[in-house]
Design a protein around this ligand. Structure first.
Ligand SMILES: Cc1ncc(COP(=O)(O)O)c(C=O)c1O
Length: 465
């Protein structure tokens, strides 16, 4: 327990732990076998992580029977909510024929055909197993196609955990993102703030070694740091003029922002884009999509020795695996009609309004925002900005350092209080909705948000206007 927690906060920690004895037992067991005690850095949580037993639609239940309105939604992978009957049926039918052959199979082709139909820039695709793998492969392709080595990326945008992209995601952006990354990685990485097209032009004109510009087309962290669509358009022009490839990371935006991803919604067509999460229907999987000319780098001539030097090599035991294909097809068919995205978007509009109403009623210095079926909460903690602000509108900002730099203690306590009151979110202060969330989910989540906000006010972690 943190020593500087207030008495109220300490009581919360105790009540939280007391309601989770089985989770505490899981944590004790996990600590003796799992490195770092959890399976993903974001799952680390004090006093005890969540151990979930089952989920249905917009809800999930932990091993102690605590119920949560779920806005984590499988890290954003579940557009249709938990345990969707059609998706489960598709997976079960595929599983009954065998889970993995190590060969290609018809479902993989059907899955690819659907993706090509939906994604404007996809002339050919290649399957991988995660967003991280997809980003790794897209960058390799860009380097191979251009014959250049450097990557231009933007502060705060997340592209998975592999070496090429691990620096520059978290504040302070110029610090290393992890131990264990060779110093040489930095020589091939240029990290700048997004939104300033002049800066991009300057970098590209000064450095002929840039192979690609990579970004989340929503802005960093699925829109937590909003991006101007005009910046995307200009980026398209500037990269094309310099022979630099434009890579969209559509791991979250893909099949959430529109049936064709952010590229379709914003009408900006990248050279390469990559997908994971929703594309595999809640199972592991990912996709790199791109222009035929670039994707032809995978093609083999049938002469193995020659092939190794003349092409991009790519392996992967589970690429395009049958169960992921079955789940992906099932979900993408419902993405194609636009209905699932429409439902999730409409529910997110309700949720953002309900949360903003809570903030307004308690005069909290903050606001709730977010594109498509996402929401993000910003609490103002900067004393100067607080002094100047009279309305929530006065607080609006696109400054990545403010939006990504909210005090860690506030973010932790916000998440803890929300979970205690029965809501789980994706990361930091935000989450995603699904087509399965109901009006009741929104009402209950708003009540939990209100209890959270008033608790944080009492603790002095957030402020009144
Ligand atoms: C925008 C973005 N890119 C890449 C990734 C990495 O995907 P994965 O966790 O499947 O490796 C994520 C994961 O959250 C993401 O949000």
């Amino acid at each position: 327990m943190a020593t500087n927690d207030s008495a109220g906060s300490a009581r919360l920690m105790q009540a939280y732990a007391e309601a989770r004895p089985k989770s505490a037992a899981c944590y004790r067991r996990a600590s003796t076998v799992l490195a770092g005690n959890v399976g993903h850095d974001l799952r680390y949580f004090q006093p005890v992580p969540l151990y979930i037993e089952r989920g249905k639609a917009g809800r999930k239940w932990d091993v102690d029977g605590n119920e949560y309105v779920d806005f984590l939604m499988g890290n954003g992978a579940l557009l249709l909510g938990h345990a969707d009957a059609e998706v489960i049926e598709a997976i079960a039918a595929a599983a009954s024929r065998g889970t993995h052959f190590g060969n290609d199979h018809p479902l993989q082709i059907e899955w690819a055909e659907l993706i090509l139909k939906l994604v404007p820039s996809a002339e050919r695709i290649r399957f991988v197993n995660s967003g991280t793998e997809a980003s790794h492969l897209a960058i390799r392709l860009a380097r191979a196609f251009t014959g250049r080595s450097k990557l231009l990326r933007f502060e705060g945008h997340f592209h998975g955990w592999h070496d090429d992209v691990v620096h520059g995601f978290q504040v302070p952006f110029n610090a290393d993102g992890s131990l264990g990354v060779p110093a040489s990685v930095r020589q091939n990485l240029i990290t700048i703030p997004d939104g300033e097209i002049g800066l991009v032009e300057q970098v590209l004109s000064q450095d002929p070694q840039v192979a690609a510009v990579i970004l989340e087309p929503s802005g960093a962290s699925w829109g937590r740091v909003p991006i101007d669509v005009e910046f995307l358009r200009r980026l398209r022009e500037v990269t094309a003029q310099s022979g630099v490839l434009l890579i969209f990371d559509e791991v979250v935006t893909g099949f959430r922002f529109s049936p064709g991803g952010a590229q379709q919604l914003y009408g900006v067509i990248p050279d390469l884009s990559y997908f994971a999460k929703i594309v595999a229907g809640g199972l592991p999987g990912g996709v790199v999509a791109g222009r035929k000319e670039i994707m032809s780098l995978f093609e083999q001539t049938g002469v193995p020795h020659h092939d190794r030097f003349e092409r991009v090599t790519h392996f992967g035991t589970f690429n395009g695996a049958p169960l992921s294909a079955a789940a992906g097809i099932s979900v993408l068919k419902r993405v194609a009609s636009g209905q699932a995205i429409g439902l999730a978007d409409a529910r997110a509009v309700q949720l953002r309004a309900a949360f903003n109403d809570v903030l307004a009623r308690h005069q909290v210095a903050g606001y709730v925002y977010g594109p498509a079926s996402t929401f993000h909460v910003y609490f103002e903690t900067n004393p100067e900005r607080l002094k100047r602000a009279h309305r929530a509108e006065d607080l609006r900002t696109t400054d990545a350092k403010l939006l990504k730099g909210m005090p860690a203690a506030l973010v932790t306590q916000y998440q803890r209080r929300l979970r205690f009151h029965g809501v789980d979110i994706l990361s930091s202060t935000g989450g995603v909705l699904s087509a399965a969330h109901t009006e009741r989910d929104v009402e209950e989540a708003a009540r939990a948000f209100e209890q959270t906000a008033t608790g944080l006010l009492e603790e002095g972690l957030i402020h009144r206007l």
